[in-house]
Design a protein around this ligand. Structure first.
Ligand SMILES: Nc1nc2c(c(=O)[nH]1)N[C@H]1C(S)=C(S)[C@@H](COP(=O)(O)OP(=O)(O)OC[C@H]3O[C@@H](n4cnc5c(=O)[nH]c(N)nc54)[C@H](O)[C@@H]3O)O[C@H]1N2
Ligand SMILES: Nc1nc2c(c(=O)[nH]1)N[C@H]1C(S)=C(S)[C@@H](COP(=O)(O)OP(=O)(O)OC[C@H]3O[C@@H](n4cnc5c(=O)[nH]c(N)nc54)[C@H](O)[C@@H]3O)O[C@H]1N2
Ligand code: SF4
Ligand SMILES: [Mo]
Length: 712
């Protein structure tokens, strides 16, 4: 992967597949994107979001100067000096009046490893606040928590994606890669060519489910019942790996007792999946020499998310899969740096290297690397939703800095969160477009974009890769690293934030991670560049990295994987007379996340101009609704408006909407913030909803009016 003049081998700004791409900068600053055929993950493939990513770089709505809010309520351009000064004054005022923890940071999984590390250090060293969390809490935190307690570590995929091609059977629980990571489908393609089978569990007949050999159209919110039911059949039919269970796991007896009551007729009754299909799925997994169980947000974003994933891990362990070739349990991480972003300290309970902030040894190590006194490091802070829910409250957070998230669209129960954001004494947002959250801020800091700065990302496989700078940012823009270091300097912590380069920050991150679960200490930029990235853990310079984990044991106290019995409980809210259907939410192919980056790109807006609610024909008939009309969805928490799509590809009791829009079209006006007791993940995937015709013919698009699109 050589860098030619005017061209840089780098990676996509969006999802965790982190496709390799080449950016060529022409005369006049135009940027062209081509896929990198040599990068072993995407192997020359990109999805439509990747192909069109350059359109965001020189987009006319790009923020190129800081904005500050005047006393009359208007946002006006300001100098960097004034904007940063306002932030510093607000921090100091708030901390003097209300204590250190009244200032908080909200980060994101799109930030590089270096930024994630700096943000965590900034919170603990410069602000000395316990309150820092990030949008990954809304993403894969249930899988992370379940993996840590069972397998001893959380690396989303503990094997490279290429292993998928060699799995004879794969169960995909609530993931839709045909739309959310299209280039990954080449491995499922190869898997099929090798004679392998794919089973997809999803309430919708997604493009991925259409592709599968078997689609289990389960009811939302009951994944653990399905997994327990499959394990019941495998035990009954003598298809579990007794030797593996005896040698490599603990806790199976209690799991066996728990799944005893999940006989197929009962599981059919609860999940809506026919007994014959359950048996077929179990036998496909049980007879395969190599197999994988993979989870996505469908199974994880529930108030029972950790239980669901634990039930899937139990299934994988009973089949003897983790640590075997082309086999195992994996979580398909979502955001560009969704993996690295959860390792280096922007989580409320965490220090770099995936260490716990309440572990005395971890605190001593990190305090020493940072050159501060251990007693000065705060303890664990509030989780993402709880942090947002505390804004402006007595004893809660009063000043907030958001970097890399658009919570005014993506947080659950927006009716509550919008009010909480409005009640803050001070809000600062760093972004490169005026997101719905930035539009509420007192200070907006215009940030550089991916192609304009150096850094590393860790993809869904745990592969640390180099995102190279390909072009300069517009004048007036300051990158996040410079912003964090300058704020630290103005707050009196300058010497601890003096870095000569981004690479130097990576070296500091490596030292802080040494000895921790996510050990980066043997990774350098040179080592990443010499190959196709380096898989963590990589404990020393001579170590080649770890593409495949668990081959010799699990990083638990006993070296064995721990199995936890799962007793299913209902979702926090189920349909009733007033709200008679399930609502579930997720993604479509051409929009990304809160849509702040993709709604502005013409090619993407053309494919998906507005949010569409999917409903089954018989349900539409029952409520007198027609395909293409406007509908209002209502839940106990709010209302939102959508165009209706009538499709046989969804269960009769379920409505699906994407969450990529704000304002009146925001799915999150509807969603339930019920939290998983362990991961603190909100229940984005299940609540109870009512559907009605919109009184007027048209849907008012209040959020879209302010956005203009541009083509590549
Ligand atoms: N185009 C696009 N790609 C993306 C993103 C994007 O916004 N747009 N975001 C990236 C990120 S951050 C993430 S986390 C990933 C997410 O990637 P996915 O996990 O594939 O995305 P989702 O659409 O949220 O959810 C997957 C599926 O879960 C199903 N589902 C809903 N409820 C349930 C349930 O109760 N049980 C089960 N088993 N399934 C259920 C939905 O019907 C949906 O098809 O995508 C990444 N890639
Ligand atoms: N209803 C419902 N809600 C959901 C989900 C769901 O399935 N259903 N999924 C959840 C999931 S999995 C996720 S990951 C979250 C995502 O939700 P968000 O965190 O809101 O996701 P993004 O739109 O990626 O927000 C990133 C913001 O930061 C900006 N940005 C990107 N990179 C950088 C950078 O390097 N620096 C700075 N300063 N800014 C940057 C972008 O322009 C964007 O405005 O949403 C969650 N919300
Ligand atoms: S699959 Fe993900 S990383 Fe690849 S081009 Fe699409 S959005 Fe970018
Ligand atoms: Mo995500």
């Amino acid at each position: 992967m050589s860098i030619e003049t005017g061209a840089a081998a780098t990676h996509c700004p969006y999802c965790a597949f982190q496709c390799g791409m080449t950016l060529s900068v022409g005369v006049g600053g135009d940027v062209a994107i081509s896929a990198d055929p040599e990068f072993p993950v995407n192997r020359g493939a990109l999805c439509v979001k990747g192909w069109t990513a350059a359109a965001a770089l020189n987009h006319p709505e790009r923020l190129t100067e800081p904005l500050v809010r005047d006393a009359d309520g208007t946002l006006r351009p300001a100098s960097w000096d004034e904007a940063l000064d306002r932030v510093v004054q607000a921090v100091q005022r708030t901390q003097q009046q209300h204590g250190n923890d009244a200032v908080a940071i909200f980060g994101g999984g799109s930030l590089t490893n270096e930024k994630s590390f700096l943000l965590g250090k900034f919170a603990r060293v410069a602000l000395r606040t316990a309150n820092i969390d990030y949008n990954g809490r809304f993403c894969m935190s249930s899988a992370a928590a379940a993996s840590i307690r069972s397998l001893g570590i959380d690396r989303g995929l503990p094997f490279p994606v290429e292993d998928i091609a060699g799995a004879q059977a794969i169960l995909l629980m609530g993931d839709n890669p045909a739309e959310t990571m299209p280039p990954m489908m080449q491995y499922f393609d190869q898997q099929r060519a090798n004679g392998g089978r794919l089973i997809v569990a999803d309430p919708r007949l997604t493009p991925t489910a259409q592709w599968a050999d078997l689609h289990l159209r389960l009811m939302p919110g009951i994944d653990s019942v399905l997994a327990n039911g499959l394990l019941h059949i495998l035990i009954r039919d003598g298809m579990i790996d007794a030797a593996y269970l005896a040698e490599r796991t603990e806790g199976f007896d209690r799991v066996r007792a728990a799944v005893a009551t999940y006989w197929p007729e009962r599981v059919e009754r609860i999940t809506g999946v026919a007994e014959a299909e359950l048996i077929r799925a179990a036998h496909l997994l049980g007879t395969a020499a190599t197999a994988m169980i993979l989870t996505g947000r469908g199974a994880e974003q529930q108030s029972q998310g950790v239980s669901n994933v634990s039930a899937c891990i139990n299934l994988a362990l009973a089949l003897g899969l983790p640590g075997r070739p082309n086999s195992g349990y994996g979580c398909i991480t979502g955001q560009g740096n969704g993996q690295g972003g959860r390792e280096h300290g922007q989580k409320a309970d965490q220090l770099p290297g995936y260490r716990r902030i309440d572990d005395p040894a971890a605190r001593r190590h990190v305090a020493e690397v940072w050159g501060v006194d251990e007693s000065s490091l705060p303890g664990p802070g509030r989780s993402a939703y709880e942090l947002l829910d505390s804004l402006g409250q007595e004893g809660g957070v009063r000043a907030l800095l958001v970097m890399g998230s658009n919570v005014a669209v993506s947080a659950p129960h927006l009716g509550n969160i919008s009010g909480r954001l409005a009640s803050l004494d001070f809000l600062a947002v760093s972004d490169f477009f005026l997101s719905e959250t930035a539009a509420l801020a007192d200070v907006v800091l215009p940030s550089a974009q991916w192609a304009e700065e150096e850094g590393t990302m860790t993809n869904l496989e745990g592969r640390v890769i180099h995102r190279r700078k390909a072009c300069d940012s517009p004048s007036g823009v300051m990158d996040d690293v410079a912003v964090i270091c300058e704020l630290a300097r103005r707050l009196g912590s300058g010497p601890r934030f003096e870095y000569g380069s981004v690479e130097e920050i990576f070296t500091g991150l490596g030292r802080a991670s040494a000895g921790g679960p996510a050990n980066y200490s043997g990774i350098t930029y040179a080592k990443i560049d010499a190959g196709d990235g380096v898989f963590w853990p990589c404990p020393d310079q001579a170590h080649p990295g770890t593409p495949r984990m668990f081959t010799d044991g699990f990083p638990t106290a006993s070296g064995r994987a721990r199995m936890f019995p799962v007793h299913h409980q209902e979702p926090a809210e189920t349909p009733d007379d007033d709200f008679p259907l399930f609502l579930t939410t997720g993604r479509n192919l051409s929009q990304y996340q809160s849509g702040n980056q993709t709604r502005r790109i013409a090619e993407l807006a053309e494919i998906s101009p507005e949010p569409v609610a999917e409903i089954h024909p018989s349900t539409a008939g029952r409520y007198g609704l027609r395909d293409g009309q406007g509908v209002r969805l209502s839940t106990r928490r709010g209302r939102a408006e959508f165009r209706l799509k009538v499709t046989r590809g969804i269960r009769e009791d379920t409505v699906f909407v994407p969450f990529h829009w704000g304002g009146r079209q925001a799915a999150n006006r509807l969603t339930n913030p019920a939290l998983d007791p362990i991961s603190r993940m909100p229940e984005f995937k299940v609540c109870a909803v009512r559907v009605e015709s919109l009184p007027t013919a048209g849907i008012e698009r209040d959020d879209a009016e302010s956005i203009s699109t541009t083509t590549t």
